[in-house]
Design a protein around this ligand. Structure first.
Ligand SMILES: O=P(O)(O)OC[C@H]1O[C@H](OP(=O)(O)OP(=O)(O)O)[C@H](O)[C@@H]1O
Ligand SMILES: O=c1cc[nH]c(=O)[nH]1
Length: 196
């Protein structure tokens, strides 16, 4: 990333290498906008269910629900959707430990399910999530919110709500750190090595 693309001022302690894509306040602003977009598109909070994809998608889903509650005064059901057993690379990496699926009371039938994840890259995680979802019910619609879309899709999948569109090369990794998960909060791009 060039210095001109960095959102953190030159010399700032958060960004000694010019690799910070979003600071903590940028993340907060992006989530606030996404919460408003979800409400606007759905014409309010009715029938919404937010499901975070572990691991960081779960924290993001809860934060979006908190923001929706601030705006609407309504608690939207929130849960998590583990995709481990639906991954298309299980044969190559069979030892992944399943994570937690928690579907809110009321289920997902006829609801507008918003899947939430931190990064959208090949689209394979979201494909697996759609597969996992179909085992659990039949939503009226499924939408996708991500904090960062870094491009390089390998499947016909797109996000409805994006915190930041970030053109990247394959030889980079985008790392999202969240306060509740990592202790600090930012999004950085790391040079070197395919992220997968
Ligand atoms: O679009 P894709 O190519 O599938 O990549 C995006 C996924 O990759 C990361 O998850 P990862 O499997 O690295 O696990 P993590 O959530 O524990 O970091 C990220 O959190 C997304 O879920
Ligand atoms: O750069 C990437 C690619 C996939 N998943 C991530 O979290 N980051």
């Amino acid at each position: 990333m060039t210095r001109a693309e960095s959102t953190v001022p030159p010399g700032h302690p958060l960004d000694p290498d010019g690799r910070t894509v979003l600071s903590a306040s940028d993340v907060a602003r992006a989530l606030r906008r996404i919460a408003h977009e979800i409400l606007e598109h759905n014409k309010g909070p009715d029938d919404l269910v937010l499901l975070g994809i572990p691991s960081r998608g779960v924290e993001l889903a809860h934060r979006l629900v908190d923001l929706i509650r601030e705006v609407e005064g309504t608690q939207v059901p929130v849960g998590s959707l583990d995709i481990t057993m639906h991954r298309d690379d299980l044969r190559h990496q069979p030892t992944r430990a399943p994570m937690h699926t928690q579907i809110p009371t009321g289920g997902i039938d006829d609801k507008v399910v918003v899947l939430v994840d931190d990064v959208l890259y090949s689209g394979r995680t979201i494909r697996a999530a759609l597969d996992a979802l179909s085992d659990l019910g039949r939503p009226r619609a499924v939408r996708l919110a991500v904090l960062v879309d870094r491009g390089h899709r390998e499947l016909p999948i797109r996000a409805d709500h994006v915190g930041k569109n970030l053109p990247t090369s394959h030889a980079e990794k985008v790392q999202v750190r969240l306060a509740g998960h990592d202790g600090s909060e930012d999004v950085v791009r790391i040079a070197g090595g395919d992220a997968r």
